[in-house]
Design a protein around this ligand. Structure first.
Ligand code: HDE
Length: 751
């Protein structure tokens, strides 16, 4: 071996790895590869086969990588076994000394089963514990090679597999889906040059500017530590105490208190990379980039009263919605957009692009669509995939790089670190859902739960014994962008970070009237829950720096006098470039105009007009909507005119919050029954109050009158004329496609 080693030119450029020049500018060709392939393959093979070890892996193949099929298990037609593959004769009884005697310690079958069960749980994520995920793909619209060398953007039509997890932040793993909260939007791209995790949120900014404050933020928002309350809610003292003392959180608060904090569906929210990242092309040229995901279905939300009621009716509302849509072949789609700009442009902005509490308004830098993402397959197993998936901001690929955003810096450390305790060791990248499709070869070895069986005696580099393999990729591999740096070591923030309110004002001023009203109501609700009045004072004082209209309206609802504005960190803030940005309103993205996957209730009872039910159901289903017949109880009932109907939902198990719209068909007997049923009246009142599309056909209109809902020609979502004709249904579908009818809202609600 010594003689062979001497013959291989290994590590010839070692000296060039030292010094600043070398570190900044990647050296070419450092011990790249086995120079004489015959040497590596024959005498020094890392993959020698023997009859003990089985067949060798094909050269360069890592068998554990990216093979979900390899680990899928299906017990269909199989005998029940222990974990050692021993067939189990009796899975009902433990081994005892006599039928009424003590259980025996030697019952290895019972002990294995119970022991495994005892260890079935792993720690939940410290934040984003509750989530739901799906498989899909990203498809590139056109080559972006002038901007980035990232392989997923290399060709038009190129598809890269993805796994995406959506989540709430504050609640525990078993908490409700419809809490007011930020939603995580984490995408793992299995690119052919390794995994890229774009770990974003449905809100483009964050609460804090520096990773140093993250544990404080999370401790403040999570359940208070002495009594463990409240679950999945920010409406409590510690959260508002913290954020009211951290004015940099104001912009994010505006988003979270807006309807963005209570989305209708994961499928109907935007996603953002939040930080400014870098694109780097093959020439090593870099531009700054922000990532946006825009849903084809548009951006839609719930209203607060609805979110509260849905959390009881179906705590899994968003999880079920995503699952059912994919299951029915209606997998959601997003367009990926990028805002690309130069360092020089960024220099000129009134805000700092390294500050994660700021957006780059679309009026300053347009969002250019570069691809689309479709989620088309549900996971096979929640734990193996959704729970064990490990997103890490440190996972980037050649063609992308970080910026010096100080929040991002902390994240690059945190995510890898947290997986080590959450998933039980440093080999979490080998768990099938985390394993890249790209090959993994390095000299990292051992550790808990190691799956790969590395062959040969060489686990170091440089080496000659393995022909220098695995070898460095040089400039073909990941090369950090050589950003020139200057500055002293110090703790502090850049100057522009001190401006905290301009973009909060921009957000508020860009909302429609009803969106502003919802923001006011949300602040008033959350602050009304506080038990310490000075926190409320301080927060309203801070809101005065956003908008006096907002602060006054919140103060009015809280029955308090308007306090003086909170002193600003920056006395003379720069004038913002943009004062209104229509893209910041939910109404900017109404969706594709269709009603596919929208849920509609048809209220039925004995004597309902069967023909009308059939006609409405048929038209809705044809348009792609999901129709349920909601009865006083489930099961068969007689329709007027003879035929039988089958109610597949009831007023108890499917309250109105679970639907996007409702129809009350005619049939005097049915309407009389429903009119005498308080649940039916409550169903309509809730649906009306939540802005849903409603239609009363024939006598069905009387049920609305009984619920206190009067015809209103200005309300496009309330169709109380005789809708039995096809035109009525067409009007209903058109109104349903508008999602909601918030114009009907009054304060206080009149119904
Ligand atoms: Fe996270 N975050 N985060 N975060 N985050 C985690 O990683 C952290 C931040 C986000 O579906 C944790 O695997 C720090 C911003 C998502 O599995 C942890 C800081 C954004 C998810 C962590 C932030 C996010 C996480 C917990 C400030 C939007 C769920 C479990 C420096 C751009 C991913 C885990 C999934 C999860 C740390 C701030 C998004 C502890 C230290 C900003 C979507 O590592």
């Amino acid at each position: 071996a010594g003689a062979t080693a001497a013959a291989i030119p290994h590590n010839a450029n070692k000296a060039a790895e030292y010094g600043e020049q070398a570190a900044r500018h990647p050296y070419a060709g450092a011990h790249v590869g086995a120079v004489d392939p015959s040497v590596g393959a024959s005498s020094l093979s890392e993959s020698e086969s023997s009859d003990k070890t089985g067949d060798a892996a094909a050269p360069g193949v890592n068998e554990v990588d990216g093979r979900l099929a390899r680990v899928r298990a299906d017990g269909g037609g199989q005998v029940l076994t222990t974990n050692q593959g021993v067939p189990v004769g009796d899975n009902q009884h433990s081994l005892k000394a006599g039928l009424r005697g003590p259980a025996l310690l030697k019952d290895f079958i019972l002990r294995e089963k119970i022991t495994h069960f005892d260890h079935e749980r792993i720690p939940e994520r410290i934040v984003h514990a509750r989530g739901s995920a799906a498989h899909g793909y990203f498809e590139c619209y056109k080559p972006l090679t002038d901007l980035t060398a990232a392989s997923l953007f290399a060709e038009k039509g190129k598809r890269t597999p993805v796994f995406v997890r959506f989540s709430t932040v504050a609640g525990e793993r078993g908490s409700k889906d419809t809490a007011r909260d930020v939603r995580g939007f984490a995408v793992k791209f299995y690119t052919d040059e390794g995994n890229w995790d774009l770990v974003g949120n449905n809100i483009p900014v964050f609460f804090i500017q520096d990773a140093m404050k993250f544990p404080d933020l999370v401790h403040a928002v999570k359940a208070e530590p002495h009594h463990g309350m409240p679950q999945a809610a920010s409406a409590h003292d510690t959260f508002w105490d913290f954020v009211s003392l951290m004015p940099e959180s104001t912009h994010m608060l505006m988003w979270v208190m807006s309807d963005r904090g209570i989305p209708r569906s994961f499928r109907m929210m935007q996603g953002f990379g939040v930080h400014t990242f870098r694109f780097v092309n093959a020439k090593g040229e870099s531009r700054l980039v922000k990532f946006h995901w825009n849903p084809v279905l548009g951006t839609h939300s719930q209203v607060w009263d609805e979110a509260v009621k849905v959390s009881g009716a179906d705590p899994d509302f968003h999880r079920r919605d995503l699952w059912e849509a994919i299951d029915a072949g209606n997998g959601p789609e997003w367009e990926l957009g990028v805002q690309v700009f130069t360092e020089d442009q960024a220099e000129g902005f009134s805000f700092d692009v390294l500050d994660a509490t700021k957006i780059v308004p679309e009026e300053l830098v347009p969002v250019v669509p570069v691809g689309r993402m479709v989620l088309d397959r549900n996971p096979d197993n929640f734990f193996a995939e959704t729970e064990q998936v490990a997103f890490c901001t440190a996972h980037i690929v050649p063609g992308l790089d970080f910026t010096n955003d100080p929040l991002l810096a902390g994240r690059i450390h945190s995510y890898v670190d947290t997986q080590i305790s959450r998933l039980g060791g440093p080999n979490f990248h080998e768990i099938p859902i985390n394993a890249p499709l790209a090959q993994v070869h390095n000299n990292q070895r051992d550790g808990m739960h190691r799956q790969a069986i590395h062959r040969g005696r060489v686990a170091y580099e440089p080496n000659s014994l393995a022909g220098g393999c695995p070898f460095q990729a040089g400039t073909d591999g990941f090369v950090s962008f050589p950003e020139p740096l200057a500055g002293d070591e110090l703790r502090g923030h850049p100057e522009k970070f001190a401006e905290h309110y301009n973009q909060a004002t921009l957000f508020y001023n860009s909302q429609t009237g009803w969106e502003r009203r919802h923001i006011i109501n949300a602040f008033a609700f959350e602050l009304s829950k506080l038990t310490v009045p000075p926190i409320r004072q301080r927060m309203v004082a801070s809101l005065r720096n956003v908008s006096d209209e907002l602060a006054q309206a919140v103060a009015d609802q809280l029955g308090m006098a308007l306090p003086d504005p909170l002193p600003r960190a920056m006395k003379t803030p720069p004038k913002p470039e943009v004062e209104v940005s229509p893209a910041l309103s939910l109404t900017a993205r109404p969706g594709d105009g269709g009603v596919a996957t929208r849920k509609v209730a048809i209220l039925v009872a004995e004597g309902v007009d069967g023909k009308a039910v059939a006609a409405v159901a048929e038209a809705l289903i044809k348009a792609g909507a999901v129709v349920r017949l909601v009865g006083q109880r489930i099961g068969p009932l007689q329709a007027d005119g003879g035929g039988a109907l089958d109610a597949d939902a009831s007023l108890d198990n499917h309250p109105s919050g679970l639907f996007d719209g409702a129809v009350v068909p005619g049939g005097a007997a049915a309407v009389a029954r429903l009119q005498a049923d308080g649940r039916a009246l409550e169903f309509l009142r809730d649906a009306f109050r939540h802005g849903k599309t409603l239609m009363g056909m024939g006598e069905g209109a009387q049920l609305f009158a009984a619920a206190g809902i009067q015809p209103d020609p200005d309300d496009g979502g309330l169709l109380l004329a005789d809708g039995a004709a096809g035109k009525g249904v067409a009007a209903f579908i058109e109104a349903l496609a508008m999602h909601r009818h918030p114009e009907r809202e009054t304060a206080p609600p009149k119904v």
